[in-house]
Design a protein. Structure first.
Length: 79
């Protein structure tokens, strides 16, 4: 179902070239409100900019997993 969900995102980013000073990134962000489509894919991938600098984003091979916690009608909050 399309809508806004409270999700956890696990992002893994590996540099494309081995001859750089860029580091491998493994980060998790919790309780992020995110709009998802019918196939549970994000409508907008702008959340990746929270993890990786904008000037280096094209130098990484990016993979992310989305863990849906609950459907939202408002903001994320912990119960």
């Amino acid at each position: 179902m399309r809508g806004v969900y409270c999700v956890d995102i696990v992002l893994t980013a590996v540099p494309i070239s081995n001859n750089t000073r860029l580091l491998k990134i493994n980060k998790k962000i919790e309780d992020l409100p995110l709009a998802l489509d019918e196939k549970n894919k994000p409508l907008n991938t702008m959340f990746i900019k929270n993890f990786i600098d904008k000037k280096n984003i094209d130098k990484y091979r990016i993979k992310y997993d989305i863990i849906i916690k609950k459907f939202l009608s408002g903001i994320c909050y912990k119960e």
